[in-house]
Ligand binder design. Structure first.
Ligand code: ADP
Ligand code: GN1
Ligand code: MG
Length: 374
């Protein structure tokens, strides 16, 4: 049995977890998987009567997600709704096109282990990957189209309002207040090293208000949104680059369409990684911007209003700014939220985000013109 990146104890633990779920076969191998910043993800290889199958297991980060049962109820409702639609339309590869939650042996969507940690299991989407860095315009188009379609498919989700899995997740005004508090507290004594970033962030407070002001004025509506539409949260087919499956549904909850559009621009227009150490390599590539706008609007025009469409460039700037100040806050607080691989990881990430906002500022007129073209 292979478990090269896991200790024997961790591997034995994964075997116990697997046994709790309603799947058959023998565990052959297990390994950590993916590049997400939040959950612990594992791929488990099994032999089902001699045939290889894989499953995706996740230990859900319940320091961050305080109400995992509520979160899994959102996820289940949404997956069931989309699966039902795909089944109605007789789509042949439905289990590759939407996540499927595999229940535990006693029918629950999650399992609680002996350390009080929550686990879930999904069908593994084979032959598809999520990209950390955009490679071409086609990927930008299909990824954006997949997330807009996702929003469209859940506009008619029946039942009560979804629970908020992280309250005020995209409340940029509160995020800004939290940053100010972290600067004042300076618990790690790191503020002196990042004065430039702090000053830049404080000078851009206006960006924290843009989307919420539009919402409060009633100009843009609350919808059900994904809220974490980074490029690597949609899996593209290895052979064709077609968008297969939107994943990472933990933040599926009420939000604004521009949160989803904005995070796509943040993650699909720069030629370098979110944690590129040289921020001078970061810029907002206009060809990618145009591809994301067309991909998003291809479905988005069916449900977005004129004000949402007009404010797409503002959404892009705001969400990128918000993510930058979240990284800065986490750096100041001692790297307590995002997974990091080295000491300065969060400030490196913050710098790329601020560089991207600056690049958008420089191109804002052209961005506005793109969004208005029918
Ligand atoms: P995080 O919140 O930590 O980003 P994700 O739900 O995005 O967690 O999962 C982490 C990674 O695992 C993804 O980036 C993707 O590569 C992979 N992944 C997640 N779900 C699946 C799935 N059902 N099939 C195949 N790969 C998946
Ligand atoms: C996290 O889970 P993941 O890695 O897809 C974060 C997003 C940030 C992103 C920055 C629940 O996304 O909000 O934009 O990192 N998810 C959560 O890369 O906080
Ligand atoms: Mg993810």
């Amino acid at each position: 049995m292979e478990h090269k990146d896991l200790s024997p104890e961790e591997f034995a633990h994964i075997q116990d977890i697997v046994a709790a779920f309603n799947i058959y076969g023998d565990v052959v191998a297990a390994a950590p998987y993916g590049s997400g910043h939040i959950n612990d993800t594992f791929v488990v290889n099994m032999s089902l009567g001699g045939k290889p199958v894989r499953y995706l297991f996740q230990r859900i980060n319940n320091d961050i997600f305080k109400d995992v049962p509520g979160l899994m109820s959102n996820v289940q409702r949404c997956c069931d709704h989309i699966q039902a639609r795909l089944q109605r339309e007789k789509v042949s590869d439905a289990s590759r096109r939407s996540l499927t939650v595999i229940p535990t042996k006693d029918g629950s969507a999650y399992h609680i282990d002996d350390q009080q940690k929550f686990w879930r299991c999904y069908i593994f989407i084979e032959d598809a990957v999520g990209y950390d860095i955009i490679e071409n315009e086609k990927q930008a188009f299909v990824a954006a189209n997949a997330f807009a379609n996702f929003q469209k498919y859940i506009t008619d989700l029946p039942g009560e309002r979804l629970g908020e899995t992280i309250p005020d997740f995209h409340n940029t005004i509160k995020r800004f207040e939290t940053l100010k508090a972290a600067i004042a507290e300076d618990s790690q004594g790191r503020a002196k090293d990042v004065q430039e970033e702090i000053e830049w962030a404080l000078a851009h407070e206006g960006l924290a208000h843009t989307l919420l002001d539009l919402r409060d004025a009633g100009d843009i509506p609350e919808r059900i949104t994904h809220n974490d539409t980074k490029l690597n949260n949609v899996l593209l087919d290895n052979a064709t680059d077609e968008a297969m499956c939107v994943i990472d549904l933990d933040t599926l909850m009420p939000g604004l369409s521009l949160y989803d559009f904005g995070d796509l621009i943040r993650t699909s227009t720069s030629p370098v990684a979110e944690d590129e150490k040289d921020p001078s390599k970061v810029h907002m590539q206009m060809n990618m911007y145009k591809a994301v706008v067309s991909g998003f609007l291809e479905s988005g025009r069916d449900f977005m209003n004129d004000c949402e469409i007009e404010n797409m460039p503002i959404g892009a700037q705001t969400i990128t700014f918000e993510t930058g100040i979240r990284f800065l806050t986490d750096y100041l607080q001692g790297d307590v939220y995002f997974k990091t691989k080295y000491d300065d990881h969060n400030i490196v990430r913050c710098r790329t985000q601020f560089a991207l906002v600056k690049s958008m500022e420089a191109q804002i007129d052209e961005m506005r013109a793109v969004a208005l073209v029918k």
